[in-house]
Design a protein around this ligand. Structure first.
Ligand SMILES: [Zn+2]
Length: 236
């Protein structure tokens, strides 16, 4: 429940200008106007307004702030609990690996990044966020926005193990061995996985600090017995 004093001034003005009219038709009209601003209210049989509520920007249902949590999106919109958890159902993933340690983050358009350990707002190295790229009317994918100073080592499409496209296993082996800590890569590598409209496929990027690219390429040959070209090929 909201107090009158906490409502934005334009909503307060609407209600103040309404004055002491008590007709239900008039009250319903006022309610419509207030709801356009993302709020609503209740009134008694006497026509006196009692309780104010915030509306969820997504589903437009009223949120009882005394009882239910309220979530703010990056753009400052108010979300109810069920719309918040819905937003995270289709999240992109970023894994930052170095020296056998890794940190996992997920990202959704409404709320940005969270680290998956503490569920806190975060900004992983190498990735600013994602842009949705529409390839035709219904299809598309989330494209990684790479941070300044970083570069993409390889990018393309990867599919899960269940797939029979064996040339993609090279990339999966590479990700697994580094993300599991089986191979301790001394360079910070960032793996970014964007959802696509094909549920069996993700758009994948491997990202590294520009200044480390040359040294990493040497390490790849010495320690992993592979080349950037081979990894790039496995993502095509
Ligand atoms: Zn909602």
């Amino acid at each position: 429940m909201n107090n009158f004093e906490n409502l934005p001034s334009e909503v307060q003005i609407l209600i103040e200008n309404f004055g002491d009219e008590t007709g239900y038709d008039k009250l319903e009209e006022l309610k419509k106007q207030v709801e356009e601003h993302g709020y609503t209210f209740e009134y008694g049989l006497d026509g006196i307004i009692t309780d104010f509520y915030t509306l969820c920007s997504c589903c437009k249902k009223e949120i009882n702030e005394d009882r239910d949590p309220v979530y703010f999106t990056k753009s400052g919109e108010v979300y109810c609990e069920s719309c918040e958890s819905e937003a995270w159902k289709y999240a992109n993933t970023v894994i930052v690996c170095q020296n056998g340690e890794n940190k996992k983050y997920i990202w959704c358009q409404e709320f940005g990044f969270r680290d998956t350990e503490w569920w806190e707002e975060a900004s992983p190295n190498g990735v600013e966020g994602f842009n949705y790229v529409r390839t035709d009317g219904w299809r598309g994918y989330w494209d990684t926005v790479v941070e300044d100073g970083y570069t993409t080592l390889a990018s393309g499409w990867s599919t899960g193990r269940w797939s029979d496209v064996t040339w993609k296993h090279k990339f999966n082996d590479f990700v697994d061995s580094i993300a599991d800590g089986e191979v301790e890569c001394p360079f910070e590598l960032i793996f970014s996985f964007g959802l696509t409209s094909n549920v069996f496929s993700t758009s994948s990027d491997v990202i590294i600090r520009e200044s480390k690219l040359e040294a990493f390429t040497e390490w790849l040959a010495e320690e992993m017995g592979t080349t950037l070209e081979e990894i790039r090929h496995s993502l095509v």
